[in-house]
Design a binder for this molecule. Structure first.
Ligand SMILES: *Cc1c(COP(=O)(O)O)cnc(C)c1O
Length: 421
């Protein structure tokens, strides 16, 4: 039970949108006036106390907020070290923390009087979240998705269309996320008077990293209060997976000033950092500083600044850039970065499902891997909290295949035969 009023924990950039040397806004001239307008609207909203109240009320009545803090007695016993807790972002509307960001931006869109939203999506999770918000708020919605991703992630495409969104398959380039991003920017440049671009994570030009963090800070704000209520102290370590960085930014923001709380970000180790098939920009040191996609951060890129192909079993972590605040905090040593391989992720997932009866998303399971790796070496007086950013139901196709489940293979074959005849 949360006893005191929740407050946002803004993780502010400087006036030009920088966190140390990272962040900023590197965009074509045509977008400058829209981004300036958005910064103004966001500033005005966050200075209005009724806006944060409207935001928390909206999520409380639509998206299961506050999400619970779950103590894992069985996992704690299994590892025999620190107490293990989960922050349950999987219980949000559409099954992940993405709901916080899209609902927040939706409220801002209404405030600005715009009537249409656009977004780009890779695996489709952000697309579904955006389409859900648009349906709820009565906004027109267009989602750009690489043509190959449309084919691979059809269940999400189905739901986006059912929710009333127009899904546009992008056939240029590699037919994946980066091409969808370009198409989305092009749309925005032509439609900004009535359209808002719902960026899905703490990346892109200022003010998006700061704005997404602001909305996601509800996670850390609740967690801080919930943990104090239960343990009467602060947790010792927090673990969150880092794709673009939004769930981690939200969890960590409330604890940035508490030096006793160690913050650990976990990136996708894929088939191992040495294999080159991964998406770890900070852990392992493979990333380098560059400017792309409207902002400056650490990217996985070659010597010419061309983005490298990234890989992870978890689609939500499979991205070349990282939130600029994390590039900064990594440089300053405030957040430690680790990585988890696909294989480790599957093992942590199976253990968690069996011992606690919760099914984390593949993305979230990366944070579980590193927490499990470290929990045993901490004393039983210590406590760690893992952000369970999403639920794993969406991953059934990938997990069942990776575990080579015969019953699943038979089921898929029966379905295929049914449609083949
Ligand atoms: C999208 C997603 C992520 C990665 O995004 P961040 O912006 O890094 O939080 C992590 N977990 C889940 C469940 C997701 O859907």
């Amino acid at each position: 039970m949360i006893t005191s009023p929740l407050k946002p924990y803004p993780w502010k950039a400087d006036r030009d949108g920088y966190y140390g040397e990272f962040g900023g806004s590197y965009t074509p001239e045509v977008l400058h006036s829209t981004l300036t307008q958005l910064r103004g609207a966001f500033d005005e909203a966050r200075n209005d106390p009724s806006f944060w109240k409207l935001y928390t009320d909206t999520l409380a009545t639509y998206s299961c907020r506050p999400t619970p803090l779950t103590y894992c007695a069985n996992l704690t016993r299994h590892f025999g070290g620190a107490k293990i807790y989960l922050k349950r972002e999987d219980l949000n509307q559409t099954g992940a923390h993405k709901a916080n960001n899209v609902m927040g931006q939706g409220l801002l869109v209404r405030r600005m009087g715009k009537t249409r939203v656009i977004a780009e999506t890779g695996a489709g999770q952000h697309g579904v979240a955006t389409a859900t918000m648009a349906a709820r708020f009565g906004l027109r919605c267009t989602i750009y998705m690489g043509a190959d991703d449309v084919a691979r992630q059809y269940p999400n495409v189905f739901w986006m269309r059912q929710l009333g969104a127009e899904v546009i398959p992008v056939t240029e380039g590699t037919r994946t996320l980066k091409d969808a991003m370009n198409s989305c920017m092009r749309d925005w440049a032509e439609t900004m008077t009535d359209t808002h671009y719902v960026v899905g994570t703490t990346c892109g030009p200022h003010p998006f990293p700061e704005m997404v963090t602001y909305f996601q800070s509800i996670i850390g704000s609740e967690l801080r209060q919930q943990f104090l209520d239960v343990e009467d102290r602060l947790p010792d370590r927090l673990y969150a997976c880092v794709g673009g960085g939004s769930n981690a930014s939200g969890m960590f923001s409330a604890f940035l000033e508490d030096e006793s709380v160690e913050l650990v970000g976990v990136e996708a180790g894929g088939q191992g950092i040495g294999s080159g098939r991964h998406a770890s920009r900070l852990a392992g040191g493979a990333g380098t500083t560059g400017v792309a996609q409207g902002y400056k951060t650490v990217f996985l890129q070659d010597d010419e600044g061309l983005m490298k192909d990234t890989y992870s079993v978890a689609a939500g972590l499979d991205y070349t850039g990282v939130g600029p605040m994390f590039a900064d905090l990594y440089t300053r040593g405030r957040v430690r970065f680790e990585s988890a391989t696909d294989q480790e992720v599957l093992e942590a997932l199976q253990l968690t499902i069996r011992t606690e009866g919760v099914i984390p998303a593949l993305e979230s399971a990366h944070a579980f891997v590193v927490a499990f790796r470290e929990a045993a070496s901490l004393s039983s007086e210590k406590s760690v909290v893992i952000n369970q950013s999403g639920r794993g139901d969406k991953d059934i196709f990938i997990i069942a295949e990776a575990l080579d489940d015969q019953g699943w293979r038979d089921y898929i074959c029966r379905q295929a035969r049914k449609y083949g005849e």
